[in-house]
Write a protein that binds this ligand. Structure first.
Ligand code: URA
Length: 185
């Protein structure tokens, strides 16, 4: 199934309680065949209103980091571990992430990325290690079934903790190098 078909299939999703508070479901955007997939936490108010991922303040910082790493945003795919906005921007609950993983799994099969970057704790715990501490494991590559995965800080965390930007920039340079190596194959 291609990515558009996956998105059509879940367009009216009511599989978890988060659907009740959403304005728009935010499936994600970008290159449907990108080798590089970013997974954030969940839509915030701006994303919920516009139906697009990472368009608010955190998104602007993500854009600046991508630009600095010379990775065009439209060439990657950006989504979230949950597709509907959690009330008051709270962290998604484990069962919400677990339910919504069905959509991510199907997106993953359609996109077939080689690199998966988790932004912040929630997607890192849901996809890499349920007990992970982002400050400890950020910047490390993990490999599963031929896919390389790296957790890094969530841009919203960096807005609150600008001292983390140095580490995040290191991570983005490593991501850029891995991405370029794939493009050069
Ligand atoms: N934060 C996220 O985790 N995802 C978005 O799409 C926007 C902000």
């Amino acid at each position: 199934m291609d990515l558009e078909a996956v998105h059509r299939r879940y367009a009216d999703c009511i599989r978890c309680p988060l659907h009740a508070g959403r304005t728009r479901i935010v499936m994600g955007e970008g290159n449907p065949h990108s080798p590089l997939l970013f997974v954030g936490e969940g839509p915030g108010a701006d994303e919920d209103r516009q139906g697009r991922p990472f368009v608010g303040r955190a998104g602007q910082l993500l854009n600046r980091m991508l630009e600095a790493a010379e990775i065009p945003r439209e060439e990657v795919f950006i989504t979230n571990i949950v597709k509907c906005r959690p009330p008051g921007n709270r962290t998604p609950k484990e069962e919400e992430m677990e339910t919504c993983k069905t959509i991510l799994r199907e997106q993953f099969i359609a996109i077939r990325p080689r690199l998966l970057i988790t932004l912040g704790s929630a997607p890192t715990r849901a996809l890499i290690d349920p007990r992970a501490r982002i400050t400890r494991i950020r910047g490390q590559w993990f490999e599963r079934k031929g896919v390389r995965m790296m957790p890094t800080f969530h841009p919203a965390y960096l807005l609150r903790n600008p001292a983390g930007k140095r580490d995040a920039w290191e991570d983005f340079q490593a991501i850029r190098d891995a991405y370029r190596a794939i493009l050069a194959e």
